[in-house]
Design a protein around this ligand. Structure first.
Ligand code: URA
Length: 439
């Protein structure tokens, strides 16, 4: 029988800079899950980890213990390879919504468990819930059955999956211990590995609109997550993508769903499709569904051109109780009381569209939440956003503000005026968003 590991001894070992053993890490995770460690003891160890770091072995042990703190979904009855995509979060990042049905229509299953928006980045669940009737709270058996039946389910975190993460994330949020690569890595990977997937593709964003602004830090996080995959025997690839200006032209829940539908109809914005295809290619490559990137790209493009990807999204919407008219009639999505143009006072070229500034304007409109318990307004946000490098005449449209009240619209207008710069000199559109692929 193993000796009792007192929380204060484990905390002291990390405080003094030692690497924790698997048993010590297991005791910590058990303590978070069954309540046998007090919040102050969990928080003290989180801070010690933040200060002293963790080795790759400790991070892998933490991830595995957190993954096993609840149910690990068993999708072995699904005969297709199963791959998910996870993004570390950006502004206007609606890619999951159209990428999942696209890839699922190419002979690969996509079981996708997503999160809600918090702070300046949006969440896939909030976006999906803007589709009238769409249910994201399926049970694990319903999730498994839907993946077996139509190759894809888009759901929210259930209480059974990685419960230790729920407890630890809530403590990290209030103890200044969120920004810590081993803790972020274990948090993300434990939830993803509990989904029952065979492989995972990560979109790790860097830049002003990203959770990790610095490219080098984003790269370290990507490397750490790929290494976890290696240590648990699941292929993981990470695509590093830039997030300086919002992705696409829409920021806000229903507005982003409408843009995702455009993507499935072959009319998506170029930057959004660049990231979509880059991630989709990796999803088909990692599962062996395509022999090389060219073939993967051709399959994905064909899925869009033929309407198969859109048809798969329809099936998902219907299966999850949503109104499929959103695919043909934009008025089936929630609409705001106010939709007013935001125009440029100057003529010239758009030289800056600050993703964080636009996100904060959308947050002010009610599109996101500042605290976990806040409600989001599905209809509000900004559409038709100008992109860097575009030429704009005096009075030209820089975006449309969708608001529920005039005061919020006015404040969002001032915030957008700060976030968007139109200058006199021609300005090139930024080059490719995909910086590097790590595997
Ligand atoms: N997203 C997560 O799920 N966990 C983190 O720690 C950070 C971002």
């Amino acid at each position: 029988m193993s000796a009792v590991l007192f929380p204060q001894h484990v905390i002291a070992r990390k405080r003094d800079g030692h690497a924790l053993t698997r048993e010590e890490i297991a005791a910590f995770v058990r303590g978070a899950t069954d309540g046998s460690w007090a919040d102050y003891q969990l928080s003290a160890l989180l801070m010690a980890i933040w200060l002293k770091g963790m080795t790759a072995e400790e991070t892998a042990a933490l991830t595995e213990a957190m993954m096993r703190s609840g149910t690990v979904a068993d999708l072995s009855s699904v005969p297709l390879p199963k791959v998910d995509k996870h993004s570390t979060g950006g502004v206007g990042d609606k890619v999951s919504i159209h990428l999942a049905p696209m890839v699922a229509s190419c002979g690969v299953a996509v079981p996708m468990i997503s999160g809600r928006g918090l702070g300046h980045t949006g969440g896939t669940l909030d976006k999906l819930e803007s589709i009238p009737g769409f249910r994201v709270n399926l049970t694990l058996p319903q999730y498994r059955d839907q993946v077996a039946r139509i190759g894809c389910a888009l759901i929210g975190q259930t209480a059974e999956l990685a419960p230790a993460d729920k407890k630890l994330y809530a403590l990290r949020d209030v103890t200044a211990t969120v920004e810590c690569i081993p803790l972020i890595c274990a948090s993300i990977m434990s939830k993803k590995l509990a989904e029952g997937i065979d492989a995972l593709v990560l979109d790790v964003k860097f830049g002003r609109g990203a959770f990790m602004a610095e490219k080098q830090r984003a790269r370290e996080l990507a490397q750490a997550m790929v290494a976890i995959g290696r240590s648990v025997g699941k292929p993981v690839r990470a695509v590093l993508t830039a997030m300086e200006q919002p992705l696409g032209r829409a920021v806000g829940n229903a507005l982003e769903v409408a843009e995702s539908v455009d993507c499935l109809k072959g009319a998506g914005p170029a930057d959004t499709m660049e990231v979509t295809y880059a991630l989709g290619e990796q999803m088909l490559l990692i599962t062996g569904a395509a022999p090389d990137a060219r073939a993967a790209r051709a399959r994905l493009e064909e899925a869009v051109r033929s309407g198969r990807a859109l048809a798969r999204f329809r099936e998902i919407i219907v299966a999850q109780g949503g109104d499929p008219r959103v695919l043909t009639d934009p008025s089936a999505l929630p609409r705001s009381a106010i939709a007013e143009p935001f125009v440029s006072r100057e003529g010239g070229w758009v030289s800056r569209v600050d993703a964080r500034g636009v996100a904060l304007a959308a947050l002010r409109l009610g599109a996101g939440r500042a605290r976990a318990e806040d409600r989001v307004d599905p209809a509000v946000g900004i559409s038709g956003l100008a992109k860097i490098g575009e030429r704009i005449p005096v009075g030209g449209l820089l975006g449309v503000i969708h608001a529920s009240d005039p005061a919020a619209a006015g404040e969002a207008r001032s915030m957008l005026a700060e976030a968007i710069t139109v200058g006199p000199a021609p300005c090139a559109a930024p080059g490719g968003l995909v910086d590097e692929i790590l595997s």
